[in-house]
Design a binder for this molecule. Structure first.
Ligand code: G3I
Length: 379
């Protein structure tokens, strides 16, 4: 018996694929080729069996040049099943909370890097990429920002945000390959939501639409010119008034050379999303951003259920399958990320009372039908 080494083509790394640990880029297949032996020349070669399909989400996704991501929290890394599932099945992680302003910058001159540093170290040790989340959001802010001792002026708030972005992006320069620079800036009509960074009091661009987003992108780009920069939002998955607003921003930024690499589609849904009309609209939406030369990342996917009956889990599996198939069909779709991977640590039950069971692994880390449907679609 001889080992036959079957390598994936180098193209597998060309769309941002993470490096795999050890020799995981290659499959070793016991071939048992008669022709490999020094036996008589009259023996008939046994046909080489095809290699088995990649057996994990990350390996299977890599053959499509797609990163399989998950939100993660450093507090759970000491749990062996959490760590082993994350590192085996995913090629990207994104801190679910620990890089948000209030957690990473709790006091004006204090940065709390220990938790996110641990996530970055874990990712690096396991050949995973890190997606940063997030730099500019009007939620999960520290008291020193929301209740300052003396009221902000646009000039002082501008300086504070500039300092924040320079510090955080600078700290992770070369380690975080992509950032959600601005999170959830749009309202349902595709206009900018009133918020501290825009107009209350804002950083100096109140009433100027996406100008504050442009400023944040420029600051982030200055701190790490190689990082990919994203604007991320919810309810922008299909073509609608909100995603039209995001598209208009993207088109304008691309035309003027503002450093935008792509957009994030959050995707907190339930199985009712899974209609032909929505899937078609999603495809068109990804395609139009792709036509601008931008990447589209699915950033926070979960498919919440009201119960874990077979019918619900089957509908959920079909939803995951249909979404990964749309992503695989669109070259611009380079990241397929879920908001966590185990039902044990999902935000859903506390924010949607009565709902849960939203992720591909159950609370005991067992693979659910959703996992199997994803893997099968990727194979
Ligand atoms: O860390 C404290 C803990 O000390 C305290 O004991 C506990 C008591 O409630 O709260 C803990 O903080 C919670 C934090 O998650 C960490 O678990 C907050 O209360 C809770 O509000 C916070 O929720 C997060 C939420 O963003 C905040 O808006 C979720 O975990 C997180 O999944 C969610 O993620 C967002 C994305 O960033 C943006 N898109 C939507 C998505 C879902 O809301």
């Amino acid at each position: 018996m001889h080992a036959l080494k079957v390598s994936f083509g180098s193209a597998a790394l060309s769309r941002g694929g993470a490096l795999m640990p050890g020799a995981a880029l290659a499959l070793f297949v016991a071939a048992g080729l008669a022709g490999c032996s020094s036996g008589s020349s009259s023996s008939t070669p046994t046909p080489t069996p095809p290699p088995p399909p990649p057996a994990t989400l990350r390996l299977a996704a890599q053959t499509h040049n797609v990163l399989m991501g998950s939100a993660a929290d450093s507090g759970y890394l000491s749990e062996s099943l959490y760590a082993s599932t994350l590192s085996t099945e995913y090629s990207q992680l994104e801190p679910e909370n620990e890089m948000k302003f209030g957690l990473i910058h709790p006091e004006p001159t204090t940065y709390a890097y220990a938790g996110p540093d641990a996530l970055v170290a874990f990712a690096q040790a396991n050949g995973m990429k890190v997606r940063g989340h997030n730099l500019v959001w009007d939620s999960q802010l520290p008291d020193w920002v929301t209740a300052p001792t003396s009221p902000w002026t646009p000039a002082t708030l501008n300086a504070a945000l500039s300092d924040h972005i320079a510090n955080v992006v600078g700290h992770y320069k070369g380690e975080v390959y992509a950032w959600d620079v601005v999170n959830e800036p749009f309202d349902g009509n595709g206009n900018i939501r009133s918020q501290i960074w825009y107009d209350s009091p804002g950083i100096g661009y109140a009433g100027q639409g996406t100008k504050f987003i442009e400023q944040a992108l420029n600051w982030a780009h200055a701190a790490d010119p190689a990082a990919k920069l994203f604007v991320n939002d919810y309810s922008v998955e299909t073509e609608n008034a909100k995603s039209d607003g995001m598209y208009a921003m993207a088109q304008d930024f691309v035309n003027r050379g503002v450093p935008l690499s792509g957009v994030g589609l959050e995707f907190h849904i339930d199985p009712t999303f899974d209609t032909a009309s929505n899937l078609n609209s999603l495809s068109q939406n990804i395609q139009r951003f792709g036509a601008l030369g931008l990447e589209v990342h699915i950033t926070e996917l979960d498919v919440r259920l009201p119960d874990d009956t077979t019918a619900s889990l089957t509908a959920q599996a079909q939803t995951y399958k249909d979404l990964i198939n749309v992503c695989l069909a669109q070259k611009a779709c380079t990241v397929f990320q879920t908001w966590g991977f185990t039902d044990k640590y999902s935000w859903i039950p506390s924010f949607f009372p009565g709902y849960g069971w939203a992720l591909p692994f159950d609370e005991n880390y067992a693979k659910k039908p959703a996992y199997t449907s994803l893997l099968t679609a990727l194979q």
